[in-house]
Ligand binder design. Structure first.
Ligand code: SF4
Ligand code: SF4
Length: 186
């Protein structure tokens, strides 16, 4: 049982904590009116990257879909032709969907991607009111065209084979020709 001294002192000590806290800087962020930048490596919305000439890096291999523990990715590959080329190699991702109702933003898919076609941005505002709007299509995920890029389909501008692209020669040529070298990757 508390002594008389403790009964008197405990409320004073409690109010002391309240009083000290009143003068500390608040940590509450008034989201969505105030937005703070995320950590640089924050896992947000995905992005499908491009080569510096605008061709897509995705080869439709489906490794990202197989790696996904939430079954959130759907990929359907197709073959490039001489008349309609979307990526430097033989295949490209014709259909690409990520279901953000399922995705847990774990990043296993981007680790599995052999071409660095798939990366994650810092964008975290993915909530919406309808189920359909949270299934992102390829057009929603593709990186924007930067200066020097051309929307596919088109020929390989930075080499004769896909090896030129994968060995880094394509990026070097893009720099030499003054195009964007980062390939839109974040
Ligand atoms: S981040 Fe994780 S859950 Fe989301 S699509 Fe990639 S592997 Fe699947
Ligand atoms: S994003 Fe990467 S892993 Fe997924 S299908 Fe395209 S190339 Fe393959």
């Amino acid at each position: 049982m508390a002594t008389l001294k403790e009964q008197l002192w405990d409320p004073i000590a409690g109010f002391g904590v309240t009083f000290r806290t009143m003068f500390k800087k608040p940590v509450t962020v008034q989201y969505p009116f105030e937005k703070r930048p995320t950590a640089p490596r924050f896992h947000g919305r995905h992005q499908l990257n491009r080569w510096p000439d605008g061709l897509e890096k995705c080869i439709g291999c489906e490794l990202c879909a197989w790696a996904c523990p939430a079954d959130a990715i759907l990929v359907e590959g197709a073959s490039n032709t001489e008349d309609e080329r979307f990526s430097p190699g033989e295949r490209y991702g014709r259909v690409y969907q990520i279901n953000y109702l399922r995705c847990i933003l774990c990043g296993l898919c981007i680790e599995a991607c052999p071409t660095r076609a798939l990366t994650m941005t810092n964008e975290y505002e993915l909530a919406d009111a309808s189920r359909e709007s949270l299934i992102y299509e390829k057009s929603d995920l593709l990186a924007p065209l930067l200066p020097g890029m051309e929307a596919p389909p088109h020929e390989m501008r930075l080499g004769d084979t896909e090896r030129d692209y994968y060995r880094g020669d394509a990026a070097a040529r893009a720099v030499a020709h003054g195009s964007a070298a980062a390939g839109g990757e974040q």
